[in-house]
Ligand binder design. Structure first.
Ligand code: AMP
Length: 112
């Protein structure tokens, strides 16, 4: 079972921000910004690349709820999902990074 499935099953602890029947949001263990949380579907999908488009509809609503709860909708935030080797994906369970709390608009690792 993957590490995020273990988090969903409460086999590994997490610092939960928000959850519902379908999704879970928790703080990233190694934050890259003042606010860095991960949003995952509770059901396992390897990455964004294999999901049905309909999943993103409910996931978008949930991300908006997370951003509201974190109080960052006005100040702004950045969402990222890494896919596969060249995308830099380390955990192979679909997750959206939400970064906020300071300026996070730069493209990390971008070549000029
Ligand atoms: P990615 O490189 O997009 O696959 O990102 C994986 C993210 O998961 C990284 O930012 C890690 O810091 C984070 N991470 C890994 N294990 C945990 C964990 N047990 N709890 C919270 N975040 C984690």
């Amino acid at each position: 079972m993957c590490i995020f499935c273990k988090i969903v099953n409460n086999e590994i602890p997490n610092n939960t921000v928000l959850e519902n029947d379908e999704f879970l949001c928790f703080h990233d263990i190694n934050p890259a910004a003042k606010i860095h949380v991960l949003i995952i579907p509770k059901k396992h999908y390897d990455s964004f690349d294999v999901i049905e488009p309909e999943l993103m509809s409910n996931m978008t609503k949930f991300i908006h709820e997370v951003a509201s709860k974190l109080g960052v909708r006005e100040s702004g935030y950045r969402i990222i999902t890494n896919i596969g080797d060249h995308g830099g994906q380390e955990v192979h369970h679909l997750h959206i990074h939400l970064l906020a709390g300071e300026y996070v608009g730069r493209l990390v690792g971008a070549k000029k």
